[in-house]
Write a protein that binds this ligand. Structure first.
Ligand code: FAD
Ligand code: SF4
Length: 399
């Protein structure tokens, strides 16, 4: 008798401590902790960049490179700024992600939600779960600002015989998930993504907190916000802000994971619906609906949110061009100058979608240089055409 079991059932997950297939570029997305490691050569975002092909499979078409909004923000039907009328206490922003996930579950669209809670001992240590109750979804609210093996629960999905699933995740996790989607035995997969940039290992996070915050051990939450400051929230409810331009770039250069230094999927191109903040005015979240499935998810939360059209103000280009050599040389401004620059740039600097383009341009130029220096042999295949076009607008230092 011949077995009809899928081929991946015979594959062996990576043993703890062994070198992952993407080596130092591994973002610990979790795929290799499962028998889906069988597909790693095609699926891994850092071995086989395949964003345009997967955009077409997921959304029906790849992004239009001639349309500036699609070039930057990926395939989409609409974008908006939004916030919850009643914010969820303890969420990263106003809790739109958790609210949509709860509606998806309670309205019976899905049987489970892939999300990431933290371990009981450490508020920043990620613990991926398949949530099956609203309480379990709420327990996953707020960012765990570290690399998180969300896909490590994929074997449990198949074993549970679940047919309808919502997965929440960042770009590298979602790229690998899309690549193995057909192997999961699902009737319907919904994907709710967040943008992601400059992620770190748990040890890297500690270094970031220690070099940047006045009280690293009491930080419960932080975010790089649209006012060009990092906002830290402490256990006692107080807020601390540090201007981007005052970050100790020379010490922080090696903190970001190599995977994040080679990532060009800041906006989570393959999710059905993306919820972030960078394209919205300060205090608001930013929503990108990529396809009909994304619209179906957003519709479930419309009564809980207020919205406004996206806006765009200012011109980022000069600021990006000037930041390229400054970052490259690890320049750190004295704190008084950094604060002053923060105030000036907040007044006259890019806002809304232009702020998002500022952030994308700054990270893509930095990452392109990093790749060119460290992985020149991968540059051509790994950098998607849209990113080459974005980087091509700037003058990069010659080596
Ligand atoms: P909540 O309701 O608080 O829910 C947060 C959700 O995020 C939870 O469902 C949880 O499962 C999931 N999550 C938490 N940590 C992780 C993780 N490590 N990996 C995968 N999923 C996770 N937005 C921007 O616009 N620009 C950015 O540069 C940016 N960087 C980010 C970096 C990281 C590491 C993460 C996780 C998110 C980032 N975001 C960024 C998204 C943004 O910070 C908010 O997460 C998003 O706006 C949702 O807010 P919320 O209040 O609706 O989420
Ligand atoms: Fe495996 Fe994910 Fe690491 Fe790639 S990034 S090697 S798919 S765990």
């Amino acid at each position: 008798m011949t077995s009809t079991a899928p081929k991946h059932h015979k594959a062996k997950a990576l043993k703890p401590g062994s070198v992952p297939p993407a080596k130092e570029l591994c973002s610990q997305c979790g795929l290799c902790d499962t028998y889906y490691i069988h597909y790693v050569k095609e699926a891994c975002a850092f071995i086989n960049q395949q964003i345009p092909g997967l955009e077409t499979e997921s959304h029906g078409r790849a992004r239009d490179l001639e349309n500036e909004n699609e070039l930057y923000f990926g395939t989409h039907q609409q974008m908006m700024a939004a916030r919850k009328l009643e914010p969820i206490e303890g969420a990263q922003w106003t809790g739109i992600v958790s609210a949509i996930a709860i509606e998806m579950l309670t309205q019976g669209k899905v049987e489970g939600v892939v999300c990431v809670q933290n371990t009981p001992e450490d508020r920043f240590q990620p613990m991926p779960v398949i949530a099956r109750t609203p309480e379990e979804i709420l327990a996953a609210r707020v960012n765990k600002p570290t690399l998180s093996p969300n896909l490590s629960i994929l074997e449990q999905v198949e074993q549970s015989r679940m047919k309808r699933l919502l997965a929440i995740g960042v770009g590298c996790q979602i790229q690998a998930l899309r690549a193995v989607e057909k192997e999961l035995g699902l009737e319907k997969l919904y994907v709710l993504g967040t943008p992601c940039v400059d992620n770190v290992t748990r040890a890297g996070l500690q270094k970031f907190l220690e070099t940047t915050s006045r009280s690293p051990e009491t930080v419960v939450h932080y975010e790089f916000m649209q006012d060009f400051r990092v906002h830290f929230k402490h256990e006692d409810g107080s807020t601390e802000t540090v201007p981007f331009f005052g970050l100790k770039t020379n010490q922080l250069k090696d903190v970001f994971a190599p995977s994040c230094m080679t990532c060009f999927d800041y906006v989570n191109s393959l999710a059905d619906l993306v919820v972030g903040y960078m394209g919205a005015p300060f205090g608001w979240q930013w929503i990108v609906v990529r396809n009909d499935t994304g619209q179906e998810m957003l519709d479930l939360a419309m009564e809980q949110i207020e919205t406004q059209p996206v806006m765009s103000k200012g011109d980022r280009r000069q600021a990006v061009q000037q930041s390229i050599p400054a970052y490259d040389q690890g320049v750190t401004l004295p704190m008084w100058a950094a604060k002053l620059m923060g105030v000036v740039i907040e007044k006259i600097g890019p806002k809304g979608l232009e702020y998002a383009r500022f952030s994308i341009d700054s990270h893509f130029t930095r990452n392109y240089l990093y790749m060119k220096r460290n992985y020149p042999e991968k540059l051509e295949q790994h950098v998607p055409e849209f990113a080459k076009k974005i980087v091509g607008q700037y003058q990069l230092p010659e080596d």
